[in-house]
Design a protein around this ligand. Sequence first.
Ligand SMILES: [Zn+2]
Length: 388
Amino acid sequence: MTTLLTNIAELTTNDPSRTADPTGTLHDAAVLIDGGRVAWVGAVGDAPDAEEVVDAGRRAVIPGFVDSHSHLVFGGDRAEEFEARMAGQKYAAGGIRSTVAATRAASDDALRVRLRGFLGEMLAQGTTTVEIKSGYGLSVADEERLVRLAAEVTPEVTFLGAHVVPAEYADRADDYVDLVVGPMLDACAPHAKWIDVFCETGAFTVPQSRRVLEAGIARGLAPRVHASQLGPGEGVRLAVELGAASVDHGTYLTDDDIAALAASDTVLTLLPGVEFSTRQPYPDARRLIDAGVTVALACDTNPGSSFTSSMPFCIAIAVRDMGMTPAEAVWAATAGGAGALRRDDVGIIAPGARADLVLLDAPTRIHLAYRPGVPLVRRVWKDGVPVA
Ligand SMILES: [Zn+2]
């Protein structure tokens, strides 16, 4: 089955061979989908025949969003904690423990229903690739359950047993790290692609984080790191040293952190939903991009610090408050996310790539930031199939 999507006013390809800037933007363009892949990209007048023709109606098309950071397998919510925070209470990493209790109490089926609900929300908002972390089980059996459930819906599964020290290990953090790098890693590694750690005051120290990441690497998992969310630390440099695909948050970065990132292949994934929802200062994406750092945007969907699943919302914040242009923000939410997952088949509209496309109800991608809160995603294709 071939489908020609034509009459596209503005096509963001992210194909650097197309234009001098990384967005590879074409006007009056068309895309041919063959099976689950993009088969051809070019001008409307040159378009090949197809079995099905879809008229974009002079609207914009972008690659499906690649959300490279989420925590979607959990029970309960923390609405009261959010309300208290908006009334002035400070966010602390320890709040994660209340979600751990609710997650342990939930059945596999209850967690599955929840997970599929979030994925549906994301698809409807244009997200076609999602990374999902464990981290609300924190026991061998519960972490295994969470990575197994995540693996049912995405290949991008991250084992985050080192999310926070669970209550039963209070004051015995090193003993908990022994569990994470031993039996827990043994149980989870078969279901996971990535290993992650929350390297932060109140979570895990730099030496503990290094143990976790090195143990995961030894088991064939690739590293990614949560760092510098609540204050400056050494987590970013640890991530760069270990060749992490991504270091995430980066709310408090030093000049040394930025220099290390700029000289590395590690993507910095910014999570503006977190600053929004915890009332922290937004990171200065402009400073990062100007320094040569590769930046991704992700939602960090989780019940504590960022309970949005909307990439358009994150793009709007990145443009409004973090100094990114709309083109940079859309690139970061698509090609940037793909880089953070070391993928070259998503986040790009080019021959051979997966046919993951979003038709916006707008003539340009600028509207994603210009019209915040408005549902502008008109149609979504994942692997060439219309899904929303
Ligand atoms: Zn996270």
